[in-house]
Design a protein around this ligand. Structure first.
Ligand code: MSP
Length: 511
């Protein structure tokens, strides 16, 4: 079955979309678009995480009910992603019925298995991190990040995490690409070497959550509630076919969870153990991305330095923003978002390199060849520069099609290669100076060769770039008169004879 499942974390509704959440959502969008380009049936899930003490507190502060509060902020997330042209297939909210039912069903399965028991919890709890800390983890009485904690002593349900740790270790060792990047995989493995305690999975100190089966004094701890979204969106209770199609099987798992590095442990340790307990296959991959700083500083509400994605893209364009996110930093590493590099990148890659090539090539075709392109096969062996470009494209197209690079989020590798080739093409154009060839009636054949080769390079790079800068690529393919943008078109020489149109520059230089 040619299906593909990609998820983002579900975002807490006590904040609004910012650079960090946009980054993860756009990265998932890039991969979803890529898989659709390959012809797969894609399910791309995002959503909002709406239960828990901090949401309850945020609603109280606003003088409203948690339900009204979450309705509003969740809608804001959804609207933002729609405005950013994120092609999600489903948007899940943890306050929806379909979700609550699945959570209760899975908790019940784990209870039946004997993996959940009632015990006493004593420890330090940080509301803003929704996380417990042991005495020895605290630094000067606060979390290692300096956040407030409070002492908690209460009756909790516990999940027998320790029971599944040996199995999980074995799985991680057998499947080197289960947790990526490798550095993060190693971090998880060394965490699993420490003594792992059973996990508290219920609370009695607040009530904005899903009541525990047969003991409604307790609500289910946010992380168990939240993680289950990846399953509940596929509606296993009512639609087992859909579930199997996108969740996959033990032998052929499908789910790729993209998460920030701060929430890797929940996804790479707690979630798989819980899935083992309820008898569901594990996801195929969990990829942890790095964090952005802004102009060298940690992004924070109090510094007021967050980037609001709608305002930013209205000013600078969605594609320039999307490209920048993946062009300079590899996704496993942290990156710095600064306006100067952003503008330099956009000007170099989009205005000068790609934009200029498109303008020159299409103008010349329009003026000197009656707009006709891809009318003759391109004999790549007749010119060393074209042969090099052709060879580079062959390598890159092969790499791109394997899925290995894209599904490991090595986006910057692909982008680096495309823009390298586009540089070669620009050099080739400079060298051949088709504007001179056009003035010489005896050079018609050579002119056709140069312009067709350049147009072919533009067409192929556009197809490869289409998940990253979809609006720009649409426009370029339209101007090139190429409609079919599926995978079969991704080979040298597949351009269809057509008539080009040319218009305003596709990218303006940013000052
Ligand atoms: N609700 C949980 C996730 C539950 S998933 C079952 C949560 N939500 S969050 O809204 O706080 O964070 C969502 C994501 O934003 C995390 O993956 C986090 O890594 C990411 N980012 C927050 N700030 C970021 C940056 N400065 N840079 C990149 N990503 C960052 O955690």
């Amino acid at each position: 079955m040619n299906s593909f499942y990609i998820t983002t974390p579900i975002y807490y509704v006590n904040d609004i979309p910012h650079l960090g959440t946009a980054y993860c959502t756009i990265a998932a969008d890039v991969l979803a678009r890529y898989e659709r380009f390959l012809g797969k049936d894609v399910y791309f899930l995002t959503g909002t995480d709406e239960h828990g003490e901090k949401i309850q507190e945020a609603a109280e502060k606003k003088g409203t009910t948690p339900q009204k509060f979450t309705d509003e902020v969740s809608k804001h997330f959804r609207d933002t992603w729609e405005k950013l042209n994120i092609t999600f297939d489903d948007f899940i909210r943890t306050t929806e019925d379909r979700h609550k039912k699945t959570v209760l069903n899975l908790i019940q399965k784990s209870l039946n298995k004997g993996d959940i028991y009632l015990g006493q919890y004593e420890g330090w709890y940080c509301v803003s991190d929704e996380t417990f800390f042991t005495e020895s983890q605290l630094v000067n009485g606060k979390t290692p990040d300096g956040k407030e904690v409070k002492k908690i002593k209460e009756e909790n349900y516990f999940f027998k995490l320790s029971k599944y740790v040996p199995l999980l270790k074995e799985h991680i060792k057998k499947n080197p690409d289960f947790i990526l990047p490798e550095s993060k995989r190693n971090e998880v493995l060394s965490f699993l070497e420490e003594e792992i305690r059973d996990l508290s999975i219920s609370r009695t100190t607040f009530n904005w959550g899903i009541p525990f089966p047969k003991n409604p004094k307790h609500v289910i701890y946010v992380w168990f509630d939240a993680l289950t979204n990846y399953v509940s969106a596929l509606d296993p209770l009512n639609n087992p076919k859909k579930f199997e199609k996108f969740w996959g099987t033990e032998k052929n798992p499908k789910a790729i969870h993209l998460v920030g590095k701060d929430i890797l442990r929940f996804h790479a340790v707690y979630w798989p153990c819980f899935l083992m307990s309820v008898g569901l296959p594990l996801p195929k991959r969990i990829f942890a991305h790095g964090w952005w700083t802004i102009e060298g500083q940690k992004m924070s509400k109090s510094l007021g330095n967050t980037i609001e994605p709608i305002a930013f893209t209205e000013q600078y364009g969605q594609d320039a923003f999307r490209l920048f996110l993946f062009r300079e930093f590899s996704m496993g590493h942290d990156g710095d978002f600064n306006l100067k590099s952003f503008k330099e990148r956009s000007n170099a890659d989009l205005a000068n390199n790609l934009g200029n090539l498109v303008s020159r090539t299409l103008n010349l075709i329009d003026k000197n060849r009656e707009g006709i392109v891809f009318d003759k096969p391109i004999d790549v062996n007749s010119d060393a520069a074209v042969l090099e470009i052709y060879n580079e494209f062959n390598k890159l197209c092969d790499l791109y099609k394997t899925t290995d690079v894209m599904e490991k989020f090595e986006f910057h590798k692909i982008l680096t290669d495309v823009f390298k080739i586009l540089n070669l093409v620009n050099k080739f154009i400079e060298l051949k100076a088709p504007w001179h060839l056009a003035k010489d009636a005896t050079k018609k054949e050579e002119l056709a060769f140069v312009l067709n080769a350049s147009a072919e390079a533009i067409r192929l790079s556009s197809l490869i770039l289409s998940p990253f800068i979809p609006q720009t690529v649409n426009e370029i393919l339209k101007r090139l008169g190429q409609e079919d943008s599926g995978i079969s078109a991704l080979k040298w020489g597949a351009g269809k004879k057509s008539k080009v149109t040319h218009g305003a520059p596709i990218f303006m230089r940013l000052q």
